[in-house]
Design a protein around this ligand. Structure first.
Ligand code: C5P
Length: 400
């Protein structure tokens, strides 16, 4: 059945890139309704989109339409998905506060189909607490967001604020319009972020992991129909909507939480950067400064539980367990050893020294190694795409 998508364009220079997106969607046979804010029409002419879609472009709340009786309601009812791209800080703020003062914002409120928001703006505007709060609020309401990419911006500065590649936006829209539900009925648990080990009541040691990889896996698994438990160490990312969210501070705590849920899970994925050491005898009071800079403060460490290994020991028949291996050398060999030791079905290995791989990046370069020795090297891809590739592999294993 043919699908209808609303493309809402707001006032950013990136608006011109949407012509390419609309053209790709039309080639897929998707019916595209373009709605532009007044500001968007200053960047690109509605005529461009009228020509590409073969439909009147909608810009005016008061425009009379022969097709829809009450225009904004009529349009909203037709949509299988609504995409706001590029989304300006102003338009995101309007959505977050339920303001409906033009055709597009009115359609957003009347819409009941999935919404994908693709921000593009100056990097400082994007980082602004108000904008970030608005985004977090909308994610809590179930809106999907794509992260802007980093690079040179139209305003001359460099940073995170660029519209993601049109191909990536196209792939996300395709997922919304034609959702794969190949994990329906499966319970999946994934851990994410860094664990933290206390030194004293105010200090702790952790690592650079942001949690992004694990959160993306959780989000992708929800969209494929799985019942998802996200066990998160320290992370500032807003949990995706639809997951059961559990937090854990230390490796010990995370291990307890995961062991509790393990028997009910079909699939377990260890994407957290679990700390390997914990301090013996955490100080009860805040440690005092050393008297002189050359004085030594000695801390003593012991190991933490290897969570995946513990889960691997208790692995039920038909339960799938997947791990990650961040390596700096002999990637495949080291990853294979971990796969065996932790009793995993497959391991996702990456060389964290490569640019575009590992912690705190939006992309990753991974190799999937299975128990039967199959080695699949993937090109540099977004963490969303890595999550999708990894879950494709899980689905393959479920069929065996
Ligand atoms: O042994 P290594 O830390 O390289 O293994 C990485 C994999 O093992 C990751 O999937 C990570 O989540 C998991 N891990 C764990 N508990 C630890 C250390 C790592 O579950 N203590």
């Amino acid at each position: 059945m043919s699908k209808t998508v609303g493309i809402g364009i707001t006032g950013s220079i990136a608006a011109y890139k949407i012509a390419d997106l609309v053209s790709k969607l039309k080639k897929d046979g998707v019916d595209v309704i373009v709605i532009m804010t007044e500001a968007a029409t200053r960047f690109i002419s509605p005529l461009t989109f009228k020509t590409l879609t073969g439909r009147e472009v909608l810009t005016d709340l008061w425009q009379e339409s022969p097709e829809w009786k009450v225009q904004h309601i009529g349009i909203a009812e037709q949509l299988d998905a609504l995409v706001i791209a590029p989304a300006t800080a102003n338009f995101i703020a309007k959505m977050a506060h339920g303001i409906a003062d033009d055709l597009l914002s009115t359609i957003v409120l009347a819409n009941t189909s999935p919404i994908l928001v693709v921000p593009a703006m100056n990097n400082n505007m994007y980082k602004n607490f108000i904008v970030q709060d608005n985004i977090k609020k909308l994610i809590r309401y179930g809106y999907k967001f794509m992260d802007p990419t980093s690079g040179l911006l139209a305003c001359g500065t460099s940073g995170q604020g660029r519209l993601p590649e049109v191909d990536d936006i196209h792939a996300q829209i395709t997922k919304l319009l034609f959702p794969q539900k190949d994990l329906l009925g499966k319970r999946l648990m994934v851990n994410a972020g860094t664990t933290c080990e206390d030194i004293d009541p105010v200090r702790f040691i952790a690592n650079r992991a942001t949690g992004k990889m694990g959160y993306r896996i959780a989000e992708e698994a929800v969209s494929r129909g799985a019942d998802v438990i996200l066990v998160s160490g320290n992370s500032t990312i807003e949990p995706p909507s639809g997951v059961k969210f559990e937090t854990a501070w230390s490796a010990d705590e995370m291990c307890q939480v995961m062991l509790k849920y393990q028997p009910a899970c079909d699939i377990i994925i260890g994407a957290a950067a679990v700390g390997d050491f914990q301090i013996t005898g955490v100080a009860g009071q805040k440690l005092k400064k050393v008297a002189n800079r050359s004085d030594k403060l000695v801390l003593e460490f012991v190991g933490t539980p290897d969570i995946l290994q513990e889960l691997g020991k208790r692995k039920a028949k038909n339960q799938i367990i997947v791990g990650f291996a961040a390596e700096t050398e002999n990637i495949i060999e080291n990853a294979k050893l971990k796969l065996e030791k932790k009793n995993l079905d497959f391991i996702v290995a990456n060389d964290v020294t490569m640019e575009g791989a590992g912690f705190a990046t939006d992309t990753n370069i991974v190799t999937i190694i299975t128990r039967n020795g199959e080695v699949q090297s993937l090109p540099k891809m977004s963490k969303e795409d890595v999550a999708a590739a990894l879950l494709d592999k899980v689905v393959d294993l479920l069929k065996i």
